[in-house]
Design a protein around this ligand. Structure first.
Ligand code: DON
Length: 571
């Protein structure tokens, strides 16, 4: 099978074998990629194609997700990774669902005030360098998913990623520019060896079309393929990583790595109008915030208002600022603090939170506090979506947090470190790198998972799969998913239209509406007239999603703002 996959995978632009067997791949160069047997949407075309080839060769959606996850670690280094963590939401062929948490954890030597200077102010160490990295969950998470639900042998799924790392792949213009920017940061931070990983042997930046070989990463992936995910967590590779980290001022120990475990959690599942939504529970706030947004939208009847209207945008923003203050105050790692989940997810609680909305004026965030759900009750990440012929669906979002994470590569391994520690509350009341002002419950503790916004989500209707959704974008992830979902359900838009639509976002603090530059000027003016402060930004998010046409059952994979043909593949 390894040979078969390697033969099928003949590089960009290769034609697909079409003699017998499954239909050829549609790569969706001008719109969605369509097919009835399988679909993949990811941030990068080669990874999507590898996933689709796994499906064509008889693998299921989890097999394909594992192959895509490892392929992105080679071809999309700013976010695709083995040195980070993430979340996977699944729908199984029998209609049941699952949520796999493979979020990073704080090392045992981490402590609450580790990112405060002598004056008690947050330092940059939560974002850059070895202290910024949580104990990675990706390899264990993909391994756990494969052990539970995969069908093809593990090593064969990593084979295409190994080939890309060992033999090299041609870099596109986007990634060449991305890597050049990252190496400038690495030089500034004094991480010359890490910068060298992303430069040609002669020290020059890679240009579009250059072939990038990653022999260190290839060797690491070969070990993982041969000996299983456990080699990342104990033995020579783990020892090398711990040595590398400690050499850079890090605090990881072999015990930290050996103790890492992914956790199977109960998804946040709820009805939205006549659909069922399945999303990620804490330690991601994604499902909770999505539930609060959609419950608010239902109560205020947003579906009855035109999608591109200031009236609708105003009410939507008012729901958001109330949902995000709850997120920031109440939600954290449920293994460490009690999250009042039942109440936070209760539409009656959300309704009470919305009673002070003024239909004509923005409520300043400074006047909005977190609710009291206990009363009465004891910018780089990447998302990919996969669907197979049986209707098995995987929504997977994983991340290094910032682009290229902590900007450090562990010497000799090709492992790029995450800077996920910045997702904790370094100081109560101080903004993190996404401007999120978070609370006490999300402060750092040994072994704790940092709060996330990642929102891998699956939508079904009448027991049938309707869509697989998700995006990067820090706190804007959940609003991006909510907006796509509401366009599908409330406004009968196609997935392509919904993904392409300009987005808006509010997260309580800072008290500003982030709006994409392409948003209708009339909506922006209408928000400002109602007292909102609007900040225009370039495109945010990168929603790589799949929908199932409710009429025909055809799968349509959509990669967000297509680059180089987009990362969608279907057959
Ligand atoms: O878990 C989170 O919410 C963040 N670490 C996600 C970071 C992210 O999406 C950055 N990408 N633009």
């Amino acid at each position: 099978m390894l040979l078969l996959l390697a033969a099928l995978w003949a590089g960009p632009g290769a034609s697909c074998p079409q003699a017998t067997g499954p239909p050829p791949l549609d790569l969706g160069t001008d719109g969605p990629a369509s097919g009835r047997s399988g679909a993949v949407a990811s941030a990068e075309p080669q990874a999507s194609r590898i996933g689709a080839e796994v499906l064509r060769s008889g693998g299921n959606a989890v097999d394909a997700a594992v192959a895509v996850g490892f392929a992105l670690s080679v071809t999309h280094p700013s976010a695709g990774n083995i040195g980070g963590g993430g979340f996977m939401v699944l729908r199984l062929p029998d209609g049941s669902s699952a949520a796999l948490d493979y979020r990073e954890r704080a090392p045992a030597a981490a402590h609450r005030d580790m990112f405060l200077d002598a004056a008690g102010e947050p330092t940059r160490a939560s974002r850059v360098g070895a202290l910024a990295a949580g104990i990675p969950g990706n390899v264990a998470g993909l391994g756990e998913a494969h052990a539970r639900w995969g069908s093809l042998p593990w090593a064969e799924l990593i084979g295409p990623a190994i080939a890309l790392a060992r033999d090299g792949h041609a870099i596109d213009a986007f990634h060449a520019a991305d890597m050049e920017r990252a190496t400038a940061y690495m030089d500034q931070a004094g991480f010359g060896d890490s910068a060298a990983h992303f430069r040609r042997a002669d020290g020059a930046a890679y240009a579009a079309g250059d072939v990038w070989r990653q022999p260190d990463l290839a060797r690491t992936l070969e070990r993982i393929a041969r000996d299983g995910p456990g080699v990342f967590y104990s033995g020579p590779l783990a020892e090398r990583m711990v040595r590398g980290m400690r050499g850079q001022g890090g605090i990881w120990t072999l015990e930290d790595l050996a103790a890492y475990r992914p956790v199977l959690r109960t998804p946040v599942s709820f009805r939205y109008r006549d659909h069922e939504v399945i999303s990620m529970p804490p330690p991601s706030a994604g499902g909770v915030v999505l539930r609060q947004i959609l419950a608010g939208a239902e109560q205020l009847r947003l579906d009855a208002l035109p999608w591109r209207s200031a009236e609708r945008a105003h009410l939507y923003v008012e729901i958001l600022r109330r949902a995000y203050v709850d997120r920031n105050f109440w939600v954290a790692d449920p293994d460490f603090v009690r999250v009042p989940l039942r109440r936070l997810l209760d539409p009656a609680y959300v309704a009470r939170r919305l009673t002070d909305i003024d239909p004509l004026r923005a409520t300043p965030s400074s006047r909005i506090e977190a609710g009291r759900p206990l009363a009465g009750e004891s910018e780089e990440t990447t998302h990919f979506s996969v669907v197979d012929a049986s209707g098995m669906a995987v929504a997977n979002t994983y991340t290094l947090n910032g682009g290229f994470g902590a900007k450090l590569v562990i010497p000799g391994t090709g492992v790029i470190l995450n800077n996920e520690m910045d997702d904790f509350t370094s100081k109560v009341g101080a903004p993190n790198m996404f401007g999120l002002v978070q609370g006490e419950r999300n402060t750092i503790a040994p072994g704790k998972r940092m709060l996330s916004s990642m929102t891998p989500t699956i939508l079904t209707r009448d027991g049938r799969l309707r869509a697989v959704l998700g995006s990067p974008g820090g706190p804007t992830i959940t609003t991006t998913v909510a907006q796509i979902l509401m366009q599908l359900v409330d406004h009968d838009r196609t997935l392509l239209e919904a993904v392409r639509e300009p987005r808006i976002h509010h997260q309580w603090m800072p008290d500003v509406v982030l709006a994409e530059e392409a948003l209708d000027a009339g909506v922006v003016a209408g928000l400002e007239a109602r007292g909102h402060s609007v900040r225009l930004r370039p495109r945010f998010g990168h929603a790589n999603c799949v929908e199932v046409d409710p009429g025909t059952g055809t799968y349509r994979a959509v990669a967000d703002h297509a680059r180089d043909g987009g990362g969608a593949a279907a057959f």
